[in-house]
Design a protein around this ligand. Structure first.
Ligand code: BGP
Length: 469
């Protein structure tokens, strides 16, 4: 739709940026931190581990000073469960509490709103050894952990995110390391885990409302519009299939407390339906999120799955849909360019996604990730000319503004990432930050911080409240 006049970003719009604990902090075994599934995982050859990452644990003051200089109104980061409870449950680690207390206070002293992800892929390894999310006891462990976070930080944190990209953990479980390769039917196992995470999330939402009446809490999945490859009705049906499984399975449960019917029939067909205990659905129904946070990188385009054998089940990359026999077949979209890492670039798809979420759930929306992974080059004189990142973000912010004009209630935009960090499975060389961190895959160099061109650009975007792009 063409708009002759665009609405402005509202006053108080949460211009922010994001990171996650295991990708930025380092200090993987310091000050009492226990190991997580990420620490115990393996990494693709040629890519760094997460032991030092960007060394934010030791440099958070310097980093927050830079965020403040950039003018960030909000900073979305995650708390490492294993710093608070090294074994997932049991004794609290006071040094973990102290670290996040300091971090939150430092942000507040710069007037930066903390937006806290409670769990971002890094499940305590001690819980994983007891079955991880397949074990219902992990629900209790998460609830207890949530209670601790609300107790210690709830007086200052107003925005909470329950679980990062639960839907991607289920679709690509092997990439995140939560699926036990020895189980007979890993896919079924994952949908059982999904059910348990939904319960854990619902309990955390209720607890937050009880303990922190002034705070707001929501889920944080990865959501994207799914396009049919053509106007052929079977392609459209395939797009519905994939969207129901990828997007609406987790969000219908989080918002409405019910299973999406298409996703449920898919699980029935495949033999993946979870065991639901008495009272579970009541718990899901009782929890009402205050907003939906979501990560957006690219749209997906799918065609009809022509037969039941040739479409491989996709693994390994959260943004490239490959397909599933009898359900959908991922194709590349001829209208879109790709990043250096093969992810399609679709700013208009961002507007489509925002509209679809708004129509479906009628809740405030908060973008918690969006950005461009690229091989940046540090030039003479400590300069990084990342014009391609500026272009990517500019186009997405333009579309966000159009979506607001369409009537979407968008409350904030936190691109990935505030500072360079280690990619989930593609190392340090896939950079996203506004701030360059001087290290490479295996040589830590001096880890010094360097403002990229996009740093200055984003600073001005924030200063002009999105008027100057
Ligand atoms: C999301 C994750 C982030 C981050 C981002 C970029 O799925 O929530 O943790 O990693 O994707 O992905 P990647 O690092 O694979 O490029």
């Amino acid at each position: 739709m063409y708009h002759s006049k665009r609405k402005d970003f509202e006053e108080g719009f949460l211009w922010g940026a994001s990171t996650s604990a295991y990708q930025v902090e380092g200090a993987w075994n310091e000050d009492g931190k226990g190991p997580s599934v990420i620490d115990m995982g393996s990494y693709p050859e040629g890519t760094s581990d997460f032991k030092v990452a960007s060394d934010h644990y030791h440099r958070y003051k310097e980093d927050i000073a830079l965020f403040a200089e950039m003018g960030l109104k909000a900073y979305r980061f995650s708390i490492a469960w294993t710093r608070i409870y090294p074994q997932g449950t049991g004794e609290i680690n006071p040094k973990g509490i102290a670290f996040y207390n300091d971090l939150i206070n430092e942000l507040l002293s710069h007037n930066i709103e903390p937006i806290v992800t409670m769990y971002h892929f890094d499940l305590p390894y001690a819980l994983q050894e007891k079955g991880g999310w397949s074990n219902r006891e992990t629900i209790d462990a998460y609830e207890n952990y949530a209670k601790t976070l609300f107790k210690y930080f709830g007086d200052r944190v107003r925005y909470w995110l329950t679980i990062n990209e639960q839907n991607m953990m289920i679709l690509y479980g092997s990439a995140i390391g939560i699926v036990n390769p020895n189980v007979e039917n890993p896919q079924k196992e994952l949908y059982q885990q999904n059910h348990h995470m939904l319960l854990a999330q619902a309990k955390a939402i209720n607890l937050c409302h009880e303990m922190c009446p002034n705070a707001r809490i929501g889920p944080a999945p990865n959501i994207c519009a799914v396009y049919p490859a053509s106007s052929k009705p079977e392609d459209v049906l395939a797009a519905y299939n994939f969207s129901s499984i990828r997007n609406w399975l987790c969000l219908d449960a989080a918002v409405f407390g019910r299973y999406n019917s298409v996703a449920w029939s898919y699980m029935e067909e495949k033999g993946y339906t979870p065991t639901i205990q008495e009272g579970d659905m009541e718990i899901l129904e009782s929890a009402k999120p205050d907003f939906i946070a979501f990560n957006y990188y690219a749209t997906s385009t799918v065609a009809e799955s022509k037969n039941n054998t040739s479409d491989k089940n996709s693994i390994g990359d959260q943004q490239i849909a490959i397909g599933e026999p009898g359900i959908y077949h991922g194709v590349s979209n001829p209208y879109l360019e790709k990043t250096q890492f093969g992810w399609e670039i679709d700013p208009v798809g961002f507007r489509n996604t925002l509209r679809e979420l708004n129509d479906r759930y009628n809740l405030p929306l908060l973008v918690t990730e969006n950005g461009l992974g690229a091989y940046d080059r540090l030039e003479e004189g400590d300069v990084v000319n990342d014009d391609y990142r500026i272009e990517f973000l500019r186009k997405h912010i333009e579309q966000a503004r159009l979506a607001i004009t369409d009537g979407v209630n968008l409350i904030g935009y936190c691109p990935w990432s505030a500072i360079d960090l280690v990619s989930t499975h593609q190392g340090v060389s896939k950079r996203y930050g506004f701030i360059y961190v001087n290290r490479d895959e295996f040589d830590l160099k001096d880890l010094r911080r360097i403002r990229k061109k996009s740093f200055y650009w984003y600073k001005n975007v924030i200063k002009s409240n999105g008027q100057e792009l």
